[in-house]
Design a protein around this ligand. Structure first.
Ligand SMILES: Cc1cc2nc3c(=O)[nH]c(=O)nc-3n(C[C@H](O)[C@H](O)[C@H](O)COP(=O)(O)O)c2cc1C
Length: 260
């Protein structure tokens, strides 16, 4: 057993503060080629990565991602895109029909992209860098597509700010194992105690202080502002919830995805 590797995997923490040290072109190549070694559905490799170093572009992307400063501060910002364009072009050149509008192909491309992104982040971390995935790239995905010249059948799944950490980020506790791992069969009623336990853990590290979701919508709220309250608010509020990104279905259809 490679316990050093397991220890490394368990030390993951997102990093949002970077020094001015640059990621070298060789380090960038290692990050991307190692990401490419990820498993990929049917070896389709249905993703592309756009690397952004130009400051003006990073500043624009930071704004588009909801004014996330670490995007502009990063040495390298990677945009991980689900990509069926390459495959559609292949079929076109052979005069074959193309199945890219089916939901399954959307899932395939999105999963492939996420697996590659995960490995890219781990590789950067293994080289002493830090980084954070950025779902904010889907706040205004049309504008991102224009800025990065993304063709049809390509959409940005997530961004990734990468650089050298200013300070070591803290490892964030996860839900107790029994809430997420079941023996043989799923048991829907088993998580309540785990969630209370997790609320206490998150409270003890003070992680949610000053991060209340839409406090103006809950003037009557008296209880402890816990992880479960925070998460429930994120998952409610319909189209006022930032987590929902209500434009996504129409946007994805406009790119060619999810039409069937
Ligand atoms: C797909 C994805 C999108 C994310 N988007 C953002 C983001 O836009 N901004 C941000 O600060 N963190 C983002 N994160 C980081 C999560 O907030 C973070 O992983 C989570 O809070 C757990 O913390 P940890 O990674 O430090 O363990 C994202 C993570 C994932 C997996």
């Amino acid at each position: 057993m490679d316990s050093k590797l397991i220890e490394f995997l368990n030390s993951h923490a997102s990093c949002r503060n970077f020094t001015s040290q640059k990621i070298s072109p060789e380090q960038e190549r290692i990050i991307v080629t190692t990401a490419q070694r990820s498993p990929t559905s049917s070896n389709l490799q249905a993703y592309s990565i756009v690397g952004v170093r130009e400051q003006a572009t990073k500043v624009r992307l930071a704004k588009l991602c909801g004014s996330q400063d670490h995007v502009a501060q990063s040495s390298l910002f990677l945009v991980f895109c689900a990509d069926l364009y390459r495959l559609s072009a292949l079929n076109k050149s052979r005069g074959y029909s193309f199945t890219g509008e089916w939901t399954e192909l959307f899932i395939v491309a999105t999963v492939d992209t996420s697996l590659a992104a995960c490995r890219a982040l781990m590789t950067a971390q293994a080289m002493g860098m830090g980084g954070v995935m950025v779902g904010g790239i889907r706040n205004d995905p049309e504008a991102v597509c224009k800025l990065l010249n993304l063709p049809e059948f390509v959409y940005p799944v997530m961004g990734m700010s990468l650089g050298f950490p200013n300070k070591k980020p803290k490892v964030k506790p996860r839900l107790p194992l029994q809430a997420v791992y079941f023996n043989e069969r799923y048991i829907p009623s088993l998580f309540e105690e785990s969630i209370s336990e997790y609320d206490r853990t998150i409270d003890s590290i003070g992680y949610l202080k000053g991060r209340e979701v839409r406090p103006e919508d809950y003037p009557e709220f008296q209880g402890e502002y816990s992880w479960s309250e925070h998460t429930a608010r994120q998952m409610s509020g319909d189209n006022r919830s930032a987590s929902v990104r209500t434009h996504m279905l129409e946007f994805l259809k406009s790119r060619g995805f999810l039409r069937k």
